[in-house]
Ligand binder design. Sequence first.
Ligand code: C2E
Ligand code: MG
Ligand code: MG
Length: 747
Amino acid sequence: MIEKKLPNFSKAAIVAVGSLVVAYGLIALRNQSLTVGFALLLGISAIIAPRMSLVIPRSKIVISFSDSVVFLSFLLYGPECAVIMAVVETLANCYYNKVSGRIKFAPHMITVNTFGAGLGTASACLLWQLCAAFTDLSSFLIDTRALITTLGILALGQFAASTFLASLILPRDDGSTFWTAWKRDCLAGSTSNFVGAGTAGMVYKIISYGDVFTAAIAMVVFGIVYLTYRQSIQQINSSVEQAEAAEHKRAEVERERRVEAEKHAQQLGWTLEKEARANKALRKSERDFQHAALHDSLTGLANRKNLGDVLRKLIVNYKNDPTVTFQVLFLDIKSFKNINDSLGHTIGDKVLMIAARRFLRLVEKEDTVARIGGDEFAIILKNVSSPAKAQKVARKIYASIVQPFSLSGNQINIDVNIGIAPCDAEYDTPEEILRDADIAMHYAKEKSDGPAVFTKELRARFLERIRFEMDLRSAIDREELSMHYQPIVDLMNGRLVGFEALLRWHHSEFGMIPPNKFIPIAEQGGLIKPITVWILNETAIQLAKWQKIAPDYKDLMVSVNISGKHLSNDDLIDDVENVLESSGIAPKTLKLEITESVAMENAEHTINVLNKLKHIGVQLSIDDFGTGYSSLSVLHRLPFDTLKIDRSFVYLVGENGENSEILQTIISLAKNLKMRVIAEGVETTSQLAVLQNLGCDYAQGFLLAKPKPRDETETLLYKTHNWLPEEVSGQFERATSNVSDENLPVF
Ligand code: C2E
Ligand code: MG
Ligand code: MG
């Protein structure tokens, strides 16, 4: 702030004090007679001196002859004249410089310079007068020593005063001090003072000799020196200018090079940056690639390969140190296909993601959860010492996974089969341990009783199953399959209404294998459909023959068991139509039996398929009724013609007809649903009597006849008159003596 204000204040002070000094000089000058010489000098200072200044190249030094006229005025006419001379000379100099464009003056600066020059000269004169009071300086006219001293004092005084004043007004925005500003901008000005003083001394001396010739010679010499010097200065200046131009050009080239280099550097920077970005992207895609190679893209879980890698290490570790235990869980989401088929794959994917999240939540950080197939997952539980502990974790997982959730407005229930394989020294590869966990999972699926732990017996069962499955594939071709027929008898009149066709497999090595054992294998191995088609053809062709034996057998019926797997397959309708066409039997003489649990499993689909079958004209029977937890609301929508009571309820009926309540309930229910009732597994006459009393329509059981091969059955067809056992048929005949006999078989 002070630095900013000080120059302005100084300028005002210089102008004020300078005006006083100039006024004093003019007043003092009035008393003196103004000589022609002084006027001439004034003219020289105003017109010639400003044009004679020389600038020393590459320096701030300006040799001006203005000071010499001032000092000469002092010597010739006294201090007042010197002050006036300084003012006139400075004013002229400023205007000359301004007009010639050499210097651009700020406002008021010409005034400040002019009065500053007067003030500086006055200060020099005062200094001289002060010195003259002590020494004999006034004799400079005759005493060269006094002259030199006088000029020295004047030059020094003027230099000191004018540079002091100049440094006061110099702008110091850059924060420089008074002293540094003086050194930087004023010190070089001393040359002008000293050269001016020297010139003034010389001129004064020549004038004081009063010798015109000497003066003329001196003036010529001075003129020649001045012109020579001026010319050389000009030459120097021009070469300096050339040098400066060359320097400027070089600097320009240098600058261009620098700009070019900077551009290159910038481009290089960009290239490096681009490269760095590309490297980063490459590293990221490398990482992504590695991640993708080891993870499942849908759930983000480890994939089969990743799981295999982890297992391989664990197997090695376990062999080295059996205390480092682990357990492998194999999980399979039940009926996941139904979710995909009914709700679509997008929902199916979301279900898998939810399942994956639930699995992850329930295991420890160090455990590995992997998706190894469509709806199959595996979990490696590390540091779990026993299968029992693994079972505990599996049960926890099970409890979590069965929690219903909603997705896009659908209530979703999922269920999971879990098999556990404990670590064992006999495992050498991940495939072996996964295979055993899978075996345990299949066992869990079969028994539907929560997670199952792998045992060697399970493996034996599994291998046997595989063997049977393989053998079953070629059983038809090898003619190992055959049909047995079990009669179904009308309880009202002992008439044969038809047979249930029951499949038999005579294994070349193991003999007779019960259907309860091989039918599930056929179902799981995808063989049940071709086998059923074979059964349908076999039985229909057989029935067509038997229907021709006698007119009473023309409506003889055959019941064929249809597996749930076949029912869910749309081909069933075509298969049935084909068999009716090829055999020529009436559709109503073919009955299809569907187990209650299968019918209820996917009720809507069952209703749909059964309606189509009904449309063809075949008959339908619900088998093993009482074991499948039927929903009554569904049951009445299923288009069954007959209901087969499961033999476990018939079996309950004792010798004296006790425990028949359930039979009674089922028979009433069937009647209400407008279905005919067949009781299967009738083994005793009391059971038969109870069923007759309860109004059961038909019966099937060992008491009436065991399932028999085709030929034996055919023999029976020829020789049997009444299909009820004798003791019962006797009673029956008595009870129905008034009923017409015309519908009974004639033989
Ligand atoms: P299912 O359809 O309920 O067949 C009746 C089963 O009860 C037959 O067993 C039959 O031999 C047996 N049985 C009939 N009366 C009596 C009796 O008085 N006492 C006893 N203890 N058993 C009696 P089988 O032939 O062993 O068949 C068992 C199951 O295998 C069948 O039950 C059926 O679910 C399935 N099956 C048999 N043959 C076929 C077939 O051709 N296709 C399909 N999909 N399943 C079949
Ligand atoms: Mg059956
Ligand atoms: Mg049955």
